[in-house]
Design a protein around this ligand. Structure first.
Ligand code: IPM
Ligand code: MG
Length: 371
């Protein structure tokens, strides 16, 4: 089927490969039943690209990603790459894509499906109905800002360092995304930093406050230290609507939020850039928050749901296909409600199935809903 929606598929390593194969079945279903076609190209990234080409991200792969309307990503990494030079590690492929595509806004929704309330390690009343959005700044801070490196010192020891720098412009652009998200949700933003000890945190708080006064008085802005936020996320997570924070804190807090939902295997993400002046579409990459899970890779054990939910975010944010996004999300909820579980979310009286079984359960639910 011809299509002008160019989607680049990058399965990567470990369970990325099998959850992406599962995702392609969902994509095929939509082509067959909803005439929703994508012009799909596929390439290697991370360890798979290193094995094939000696680099975690080839220039031509990056160029294709930039030229596509959206990138659908699996996961990268594995223990066999642990001893590689830093610049060749699989994660560098992912970080280079984020940086080169300038995907500064990383949306990580943490939503608790009714059927999974019991899968969380927290009490049901704490997590039931939870729906929060963690917005992580993705192109700055300690993962990218200079100077960074490992230097030899005169006494023969070494010094490793990173810089947690943020400029006014970087804070403003992520702040605007946070306010926009809150407008479509419950109208409240919690800005998270460590302004009690970090200069970047002081500026972060000041710029968020100024931006709020200038452009965001229709929403409620509050501030919280990152350590307190980690505690509040497990104490009373429903107090949050949108949490906006820097790259490092966002990485940590989103893993923490994942466990509220029962499993890291349930969390999708969207990484968005500025809207293209011509098309209005943002540069975008969609990926599950879980990693490549090499310990369970290739054994039909991986939970594909975070990948499917990431694809649903792609339908919603890149292509405005809200109806199809709703369908995929509802089918995920149906599959869970039917008692089917992968090992990571297994519960008493449920039926444990693998990646293939869960994929089929979602496809069956889509069939039923399409009738
Ligand atoms: C994430 C991951 C990545 C990160 C790794 C794989 C580089 O933990 O997306 O949260 O640190 O950002
Ligand atoms: Mg992480």
């Amino acid at each position: 089927m011809a299509s002008n929606r160019k989607v680049m598929v990058l399965p990567g390593d470990g369970i990325g490969v099998e959850v992406m194969a599962a995702n392609l079945k969902v994509i095929d279903w939509l082509a067959k039943h909803k005439s929703l076609a994508f012009d799909i190209s596929e390439d290697k990234v991370g360890g798979a690209a290193y094995d094939a080409y000696g680099t975690p991200l080839r220039d031509e792969t990056l160029a294709d990603a930039v030229a596509s309307d959206a990138v659908l990503f699996g996961a990268v990494g594995g223990p066999q790459y642990d001893d590689l030079d830093f610049s060749l590690k699989p994660e560098r492929g992912l970080l280079a894509l984020r940086k080169e595509m300038d995907l500064f806004a990383n949306l990580r929704p943490a939503i608790v499906f009714d059927a999974l309330v019991g899968a969380s390690t927290l009490k049901p009343e704490i997590v039931s109905g939870l729906n929060i959005m963690i917005l992580r700044e993705l192109c700055g801070g300690s993962y990218f800002a200079e100077p960074r490196g490992i230097d030899a010192l005169a006494d023969g020891t070494r010094k490793g360092y990173d810089t947690n720098a943020y400029s006014t412009g970087e804070i403003q652009r992520i702040g605007r995304v946070a306010f926009d998200l809150a407008r479509k949700r419950n109208g409240s933003v919690t800005s998270v930093e460590k302004s009690n000890v970090m200069h970047s945190g002081i500026l972060w708080r000041e710029e968020m406050t100024k931006l709020h006064q200038a452009e965001g008085t229709d929403i409620t802005l509050s501030h919280m230290y990152a350590d307190n936020c980690a505690m509040q996320l497990v104490r009373y997570p429903k107090q949050f609507d949108v949490i906006v924070t820097d790259n490092l804190f966002g990485d940590l807090l989103s893993d923490c939020a994942a466990m509220l939902t029962g499993s890291l295997g349930m969390l999708p993400s969207a990484s968005l850039g500025a809207p293209d002046p011509e098309t209005g579409l943002p540069k975008a990459m969609y990926e599950p928050v879980h990693g490549s899970a090499p310990d369970i890779a290739g054994q039909d054990l991986a939970n594909p749901l975070a990948q499917f939910l990431s694809f649903a975010m792609m339908l919603r944010y890149s292509f405005g296909q809200a109806e199809e996004a709703d369908l995929v999300e509802a089918a995920v909820a149906d599959a869970l409600a039917s008692g089917k579980r992968t090992g990571d979310i297994m519960a008493p009286d449920c039926e444990q199935i693998g990646t293939a079984g869960m994929t089929q359960a979602v496809l069956d639910a889509m069939d039923r809903r399409a009738r």
